[in-house]
Design a protein around this ligand. Sequence first.
Ligand SMILES: [Zn+2]
Length: 329
Amino acid sequence: MSMDAYPIEVAFPDITMHEHSSSGVAYVHTFDSGTPGPHVMINALTHGNEVCGAIVVDQLLRGGLKPRRGRLTLSFANVAAYGRFDPAKPDAARFVDQDFNRVWTAKVLDDTSLMSSELTRARAMRPVIDSVDLLLDLHSMHEKSKPLIVAGPLQKGIDLSVQVGTPATVICDEGHPEGRRMRDYEGFGDPSNMEKNALLIECGQHWEQSAVAVARDTTARFLLLSGVIDEADLPPDWLAPLPPVQHIVRVTQPVVATSMDFRFAAPYTGLEIFADAGSVIGWSNGEAVVTPYDDCMLVMPSLRQLRPGVTVVRLGKIEQTVTRASTGG
Ligand SMILES: [Zn+2]
């Protein structure tokens, strides 16, 4: 099942009209209200085939959204990869040379011996990112899954996720050994820097219409929470009801395939919860794979890339369940 391509339900917007910008960085539009407030950034296309964010940013730019307080940046990151999108090979447009979301340390960006399409783009965007206080990075997923927030490893990311209030699952993790994500770059990843904070939203499967609705809702709530706009500035119907609870989930370990002989115990789509330690979630070389602790959640299971050494799912421990106070009615 998971090897099949998912249907492409959404249209890919033509974003070429957004190339020229007053910021001087192509496809990066910064608007200054002239009054005090944070610099808030809504970023799309960190991965070139993750279109829901591009639909949202395109719509906000075409609608002429401007901040009432502070500054607002609306941006498309890996436009070179997006430009290569081919419905026959939709995953090929994730990046050109390397993952744009694995280059975000000063050390890597400063190292001029390193060159790639993505590094060139990251270096061009870096002066803008350096001035951003609050970043919302809009992503989507290979496999069908309910949406989730990637809050990073720090408490300030969890706190911001709970303030935004949606999606219902907040994933706390350290990122990837291959390189640092934009959401963990410099001040965003510094626990002592309380001015800067960032969230990454996995809005749903790349091509599903519901991912666009999640991207709109989270973008609207992020902008309202930051105070740069008022609700009347948003397109109507972008806000969706908040989930009644949010689970705060700490990723503890990957499950890594040791051979091609790996299967899950059921057709999981992610965010399944196993109350009891020792629950069988799959079979690896004929041996049961079990949950190591109570209240264990499966994070983004996928056999798409199955081969020895590949992570087929990450396990998360539910650390906290936040119940939203009833708003009456
Ligand atoms: Zn992504």
